[in-house]
Design a protein around this ligand. Sequence first.
Ligand code: S3P
Ligand code: PEP
Length: 429
Amino acid sequence: MDAAPFLPEGGEPVLSVPGDKSISHRALMFLAVSAAGGRIDGLLESADCLATLQALRTLGAEIRALGHGAYQVSGGGLRNPSTPLDLGNSGTGLRLLAGLLAGQGIAAVLDGDASLRGRPMGRIVTPLRTMGAVIEDSEGCPPLRLHGGGRLQGIDYTLPVASAQVKSAILLAGLNADGDTVVREQAPSRDHTERMLAGLGADIEFGEGRVRLRPGALRGGDVAVPGDLSSAAFFLAAAAASPGRRLCLRAVGINPSRDGILRLLRRMGAAIRLENERLAGGEPVADIHVLGSRLSGIQVGAEDVALAIDEIPALMIAATAAQGETVIRGAEELRVKESDRITALCEGLQGLGCAVEEWPDGLRLSGPPRHGARIDSHGDHRIAMSFALLAGQLPDGQSIIIEDVDNVSTSFPNFVEKADQIGVRIKEL
Ligand SMILES: O=C(O)C1=C[C@@H](OP(=O)(O)O)[C@@H](O)[C@H](O)C1
Ligand SMILES: C=C(OP(=O)(O)O)C(=O)O
């Protein structure tokens, strides 16, 4: 991928981004175990979500493609699969499905690619075992073998890390348990699971760091998936960092439990305006208008990171254009994503001639990229897309070559085409 982008001056280009990845995974899984199932519109047809869809079909779910991101999920429950389930690159797919299947008493092996096999699973295995699930792991990582069988017990659990995946795995296991399940959070994480479970008929209360779920069947219903703020973030950051340039991202999810990127860009001085705010399927959605301006570096702490956990790479697009330094702390969770994102960012930024210092829990960055470079994305979609748009700040005639970009398709299959729509030229080599 060779990226030499610019954002056109004048006018206001309008861009739509594909459906939200977190909500797409959840819609497929929750409808598959509901009584009546339902229709999904705007499903993200990326490798991660299609791996979840395929895993559910292997588990006996009937999921019919209706065209253009529309699917009918039949509901009615799951059965033991005859082959291992391959969740590809997706932590969300594997962790949520493990909780759901443990609660349904399903025996299954959950596995994934080399990156997923390196990601920590103790965080879900420990509480699921406390609920009574019998699970084998591979030194704390996938593959996970669920033995199935017995009914689980509800649990009252305080999350040791801010993680919507862990919270969701426990709640999904609790759907079919004996007794209530309570999950307490010390820092907020995205609440898509709570909102969707409520919308599909679960007996659930949530807010102020605590979720209580009473076991019971999900009724089912239809789900409209909003645009993914995590995908919009690359374009938002690039536009915010280009003084005088305008951009509108249409119909994007702005759930306050994960809108940290908007808050951080505003804190840097970005002019961001929300229009047409509405609720769609229980999720807040808006058109996001950005006007590029001169930005300033900021201090980002653990409480900010939790609300922008996937957007720190995209934030670097704005941070390299800003006056002064940007400091990220409390971001150690970034080391256990698809790659070690702190190291991947620091290596890439250093390669471009930026001043960078790496710490165990974050980094310090100042200065624009001084020259082009060859960047290793470490097979991580968000690293690849961030450096693609960071190329907009290179001196004239320079470009960035990004290696190992296949994983862009895990979350944003038409990224290159969408970038092209707003004048950002990315060549596939
Ligand atoms: O629940 C979800 O859909 C997600 C939660 C986050 O992970 P953690 O729960 O590990 O923080 C995030 O990084 C991931 O992309 C999606
Ligand atoms: C961390 C991510 O996803 P997952 O955990 O589902 O692999 C991501 O999309 O940035």
